[in-house]
Design a protein around this ligand. Structure first.
Ligand SMILES: [Zn+2]
Length: 262
């Protein structure tokens, strides 16, 4: 882990990139902000989480870091030890964690429950949706520390220049919305979704998806295929984090629309 602090005192706000080593956008945003000459009105921690995975360009070395929280210092897996160190550093902070995906080009936020912090901050970020990850938070940064408020953002397509640029804009908006950087942020309406179930993926050579993330899928609609075998929706849902090859064992998630923020 690389951590650098700006502003006076113990960090109250944190920007985290590099939780997954093959998602360079967050690392870019952290390095960009560390290079600015701006004064931070609140103490901020900038973290590049899994430096070793970033260096090797791999998602992780031993275990997915975002399934390893709260971590364990005596674990064999590098990421489980690292998770414990990161959890310590972020204790009590309001945290932005930057990710990227293979599923969707437009940035969206992921939260663990729509709480007051999510209601206040998410509409001030340049994101097009917010996802309550509800029952799917096991091992994620959300569980790192009971007092930390965590907003994850998927900044765009993995490895793209657009995701890197989005990550900088999102991080700046987050730091402005939390009062760490001067200026105003504009509040806008953000459609909200809640994950309801995984969309499992049978072992196959070739996968296809036929629907757009965040766009409604009707009951009876074919949303994906595995080696040409159609997967048909039994009931209506909204696909989230859906992609052909983004995950090993699921296409992504089904979600319900739950209104809008703020
Ligand atoms: Zn990620």
């Amino acid at each position: 882990m690389r951590i650098e602090r700006r502003g006076e005192g113990d960090p109250e706000v944190a920007v985290v990139g590099g939780i997954h080593g093959d998602e360079p956008c967050g690392v870019h945003a952290v390095e960009h902000l560390l290079a600015t000459e701006e004064e931070f009105a609140r103490p901020v921690a900038f973290v590049i989480a899994n430096e070793r995975a970033v260096e090797s360009g791999e998602r992780y070395l031993d275990a997915d870091l975002n399934r390893s929280f709260p971590g364990d210092r005596s674990a064999a897996a590098h990421e489980r030890r690292l998770a414990a160190d990161i959890a310590d550093e972020l204790a009590g902070c309001t945290v932005l964690a930057l990710h990227s995906t293979q599923s969707h080009a437009d940035p969206f936020a992921v939260v663990d429950g729509i709480d007051d912090v999510a209601r206040e901050l998410v509409p001030r970020l340049p994101v097009t949706a917010v996802v309550d990850s509800a029952n799917f938070v096991e091992g994620r940064l959300f569980g790192a520390d009971a007092d930390a408020d965590v907003i994850e953002v998927e900044a765009g397509l993995q490895g793209s220049d657009a995701a890197a640029e989005n990550a900088v804009r999102i991080a700046r908006a987050f730091l402005t919305a939390t009062g760490a950087l001067p200026g105003d942020t504009v509040t806008h309406e953000v459609p909200a979704f809640r994950l309801t179930r995984r969309l499992p993926k049978a072992p196959a050579e070739e996968y296809e998806v036929f629907v757009e993330n965040f766009q409604p899928v009707a009951a009876g609609q074919t949303y994906a295929a595995a080696d040409g075998d159609a997967l048909v929706a039994e009931e209506a849902f909204y696909p989230v984090l859906l992609s052909a090859y983004g995950y090993a064992d699921v296409f992504g998630y089904a979600a319900d629309r739950i209104g809008s923020l703020p």
